[in-house]
Design a binder for this molecule. Structure first.
Ligand code: ARG
Length: 462
């Protein structure tokens, strides 16, 4: 039976029903739909819009429906969408009283409410995965403060950095992701129920009561906006997209670092794949897949933005497209965060190779220039002198730390014995004691600050 069949004289075409339905994907909302209906029914009873006994009956039946679905005793099928399914099942169980549940409500405010409830829970879930990942990164950082690797710009060796500092860089990104999701949560935490189809309702409902039963912090203040607003979906998928960006960059780094050209890291066999033809190969498929799946989340973001850009106020059926975009992004992000965390926990670092690579390629040339500046030379001149020294090294097959003092002094009389210490990789890293720098003390402080911010973010949520 159709919710609207009173108005129609013709049966709908099966093809049209199939095309119109959303149950095949919005079944995922069952929990939140039933919860929202229980709250709504309770409120209808409390405000005596329907008799209290009827409200109790509806609530009991809804609780049983939920339990049956959870236990696998009730299959979700045979309806247009999850809202119709639940209402149909309710009426099957308690008869005509079930039909009263939809008093003072439309599917337009209902679906927006369900999806917001779902999104709030999903945000909490994703933040949990991000927290787990950051904790793994903090462990890795703590174990690798003393190790040095080359830092790159333009993928050319630039300056030596601490391995822990490099790892912390990703923690900073994932911390911002948690912050961003948390902010998105605030705008999602607004209850549209009570907006009706678009104009509100003439029943004396108590929206505050429903909101407090559903743990919504705020009520929507404009019913026309409330039923058509999916900004929170777009924002949520954007948050997912940026998390995927960070994961994808990390994967790209690790794919490079695992290659024979670098060999800085080794991905555990359990998380690698072989080649069907080349027996020597060990491929980073998992990391490549995470990098690749980033594309679909961006696709979902473009999808929802495109859906929203041209629809007239208020609700339009285009909005049904919001769910697959959201569910798809959610599934990809959670799967990727989970498997990536495992890959990281099983990653090994070749710190010797990293250290050796950090010393090659004149990565301490900036230190030479800084040395001259500290002796009074303007930076631009210091830069030029150092450039000449590097060229000399290249032409004479030397490195900065294997150059005789007299050679340094032939380029500038400002050089003293201590330059030979200063150009060592370890010294270079330790010299950068500035907040955020590569020195051990700074990296330790960075680790402490990451842990502090992480626990603060979760304390706020309790
Ligand atoms: N399945 C619909 C959706 O996801 C529910 C809302 C239907 N509202 C309507 N006016 N047809 O958007």
């Amino acid at each position: 039976m159709k919710l609207w069949e009173g108005r129609f004289t013709q049966e709908s075409a099966k093809s049209a029903d199939d095309f119109n339905q959303s149950l095949s994907f919005d079944y995922k909302l069952y929990w939140h739909d039933i919860l929202a209906s229980i709250a709504h029914a309770k409120m209808l009873g409390e405000t005596q819009i329907i008799p209290k006994e009827e409200s109790d009956k509806i609530c009991d039946a809804l609780v049983n429906i939920l339990a049956d679905i959870e236990k696998g005793n009730l299959e979700i099928k045979g309806a247009e969408d999850i809202h119709t399914f639940v209402e149909g099942e309710l009426t099957k169980r308690i008869g005509a009283i079930g039909k009263k549940l939809h008093t003072a409500r439309s599917r337009n405010d209902q679906v927006a409410t369900d999806l917001r409830l779902y999104t709030k829970d999903s945000i909490v879930n994703i933040c949990g995965c991000l927290k787990t990942l950051i904790n793994t990164l903090l462990d890795i950082a703590n174990n690798n403060i003393q190790y040095i690797m080359p830092g790159y710009t333009h993928l050319q060796k630039a300056q030596p950095v601490s391995l822990a500092q490099y790892v912390n860089a990703y923690s900073e990104m994932f911390l911002r992701d948690i912050e961003r999701f948390t902010d998105c949560y605030k705008r999602t935490d607004v209850m549209p129920l009570g907006s009706g189809a678009l104009a509100g309702t003439d029943f004396p409902i108590d929206r505050r009561m429903t909101a407090s039963l559903l743990s919504f912090s705020e009520l929507s203040q404009n019913s026309v906006d409330a039923v058509s607003d999916r900004d929170f979906v777009a924002e949520y998928i954007f948050c997912c997209s940026l998390t995927m960006t960070h994961l994808s960059r990390f994967c790209e780094d690790l794919i490079l670092y695992a290659s024979d050209e670098f060999r800085f890291v080794e991905i555990a066999d359990a998380y690698s794949t072989g080649s069907s033809i080349m027996p020597q190969k060990k491929n980073p498929d998992i990391l490549e897949l995470i990098r690749g799946k980033t594309g679909r989340v961006y696709g979902n973001l473009t999808g929802i933005l495109t859906v929203l850009k041209g629809i007239p106020l208020a609700y339009d059926k285009d909005l049904q497209e919001d769910k697959e975009a959201l569910f798809g992004a959610e599934e990809t992000v959670i799967n990727c965060l989970t498997i990536f965390n495992e890959v990281l926990q099983n990653l090994s670092f070749d710190t010797k190779r990293m250290r050796a690579a950090a010393g090659a390629g004149f990565t301490t040339a900036t230190d030479v220039a800084d040395y001259l500046v500290q002796k009074g030379l303007p930076f631009r001149d210091a830069h030029a002198v150092t450039g000449q020294i590097v060229r000399y090294c290249i032409e004479n097959n030397k490195t900065l730390d294997r150059l005789d003092l007299f050679v340094y002094q032939s380029f500038s009389s400002l050089f003293d014995e201590d330059i030979l210490q200063r150009v060592r990789v370890g010294k270079s890293v330790e010299a950068r004691k500035v907040i955020g720098g590569s020195a051990r003390s700074a990296v330790r402080e960075n680790i402490r600050s990451i842990s502090r911010r992480l626990s603060r973010m979760f304390k706020d949520k309790e």
